[in-house]
Design a binder for this molecule. Structure first.
Ligand SMILES: [Mg+2]
Length: 294
């Protein structure tokens, strides 16, 4: 019998997923696939669970959780060169990467998609020593997801991010960075930057222009310092996907970028909504680094 390794985060997305566990196991078993289940938590050893994932008979690794849980699985897979395909069930509070690859929100439809076996190589980002599948960012709003209290997140879901982001807005000061690519060096006072493998962050979908998880390139979006009063208009453009030629925006597609902090305060960057490495940040795209059910 073939086997699936299912990892779920029991507290993700207001703990909805656990109630579907039996349905999901049934669905795989009806298709001749046995399910082994791993309940992921802060102190659990994912490596121990995944180290034999490339053995014969393993159909796939399936992770049910949000961007943060996917990030932890991707890091274990990349660091141990695990090539068994990864399937994603969007069961978190923020499911930005799952949305990018158009995984259905209905868990049962999601399993159908994984059972269809459309396996493709997908790019992975590497920020210093930490891999990311969706986005690496720093500055205004970017660590809202890290700073949100888990209890608050589970109680009120996405609203907790908005409240935390609004709180940040009033305290925020721009910072100066140096951005080096193979083609140019830019020094600029900025509000935030986002380095995408995917395309959405914080539930907003149109940050990038024709980005692809197969092209070996990261989409780099830098929002320069602007007046508070200009911010709503810029945000409106971002929501409409019409910000690419705005004077406050720098938009690049590169396979490598180095970002150093020159002046001012900025918390350490975040990767897929979790705490990332500190500056200076060297980010590259690992083309086709992981196999996924798409
Ligand atoms: Mg790309």
């Amino acid at each position: 019998m073939k086997k699936v390794k299912l990892i779920y985060n029991s507290v993700a997305g207001q703990s909805k997923f656990k109630y579907f566990l039996d349905t999901i196991i049934e669905k795989f078993m009806q298709n001749g696939i046995e399910v082994s289940v791993f309940r992921a938590g802060k102190k659990t050893n994912l490596y121990e669970y995944l180290k034999d994932a490339d053995e014969e008979g393993v159909y796939g690794i399936v992770v049910a959780g949000g961007d943060g849980t996917i990030n932890r699985v991707v890091n274990v897979m990349m660091k141990n060169n695990i090539k068994t395909p990864l399937g994603i069930i969007p069961a978190g509070t923020s499911n930005d990467f799952a949305r990018h690859i158009k995984m259905p929100y209905n868990f049962s439809d999601c399993i159908d998609k994984i059972l269809a076996s459309n396996i493709q190589p997908v790019d992975v980002g590497l920020a210093n020593d930490k891999y990311f599948i969706n986005v690496c960012s720093a500055g205004l709003f970017s660590n809202a997801s890290q700073k949100v209290d888990t209890n608050l997140k589970n109680a009120i879901g996405k609203l907790s991010y908005i409240l935390t982001a609004a709180d940040q807005l009033f305290k925020f000061k721009p910072f100066e960075i140096r951005v080096e690519t193979t083609k140019e060096t830019i020094q600029e006072k900025v509000n935030l930057f986002l380095i995408f493998n995917g395309s959405s962050a914080g539930g907003i979908d149109k940050f990038t222009d024709n980005s692809s998880i197969h092209d070996g390139l990261l989409d780099i979006l830098i929002i320069k310092n602007c007046k508070m009063i200009e911010l709503p208009q810029l945000l409106g453009k971002v929501l409409a996907g019409k910000h690419f030629d705005d004077e406050h925006v720098i938009y690049l597609k590169e396979d490598w970028v180095k970002i150093s902090k020159v002046k001012g305060r900025c918390d350490e960057p975040d990767v897929d909504g979790d705490e990332g490495p500190n500056f200076p940040l060297e980010v590259r795209c690992i083309k086709h680094g992981i196999n996924m059910f798409l």
